[in-house]
Design a protein around this ligand. Sequence first.
Ligand code: AMP
Length: 251
Amino acid sequence: MSGLSYIGDYGSSSDDSDAYSGENIVSSEKVKLPTPNLRNVPVVGTEDHVDDPDLHKGRTRSFPHKRGNWASYVYIRYPEEENLTTLISRFVAECPGSDLHVCEDFHISLSRTVTLMYHLITPFTKSLQDAVDGIDSFDLGFKSVKIYCNEEKSRTFVSLAVDHFSNKYLLKIVDKVDDILVDYKLPTFYDNPSLHMSILWANGDKKAELTSVLDNLNNILYQEVEKCLKTVTVDRVNCKIGNKFYQFTLQ
Ligand code: AMP
């Protein structure tokens, strides 16, 4: 079955005790009105958010947080994180001075991070659902190590570039997502999308430093692909909007 599923939020939702219970009637015979169940209503803070890089290993936000704007992006979640454990430790050992951190969630971005207004969330997810309908599941594999910097050059990533076959499928999805982004007047993905999964990151522009050990990293990848970096099947496209996760099942 193809379709949209709403997965959940970060953290806990509102307390069950807030839900209406038929016993919530006060003795003075005044009926106490039920507390509205706001469980599924996203809460937007009343103050503008102040970013504190110390809370997230020095990373700086790429664009300012603005009330009513929901940071959103489309991606493929890598379903077999444990496949990467040995590869990651070998990469870190190969770059002892680079202060590398392991990425928190392994994914392949299919869009930039864009900001969606709250009232556009439902139509946007519906458009994504329509767009992925009819796209087949496919096997995801990686072919080489690549080093990327973000546009602000504030972070550098050690990433695995997808193989030729996966690239064809992923580009098809990127094209469809781009069409939607154009409809919503949002920035599209890169002109030359280079589809990859980042596994390690460092603060600042460390591209030259990490590129100097690229051959060694590719050798390690070659050995680990053979041994334990198994091909996995991708059967869904994911989207994160604010703190909510959605998924769209492929055929
Ligand atoms: P990601 O792992 O998707 O967060 O990507 C890591 C970084 O790669 C992002 O900050 C992108 O800005 C950067 N990047 C640079 N060039 C490209 C490209 N051609 N295609 C995709 N991402 C790119």
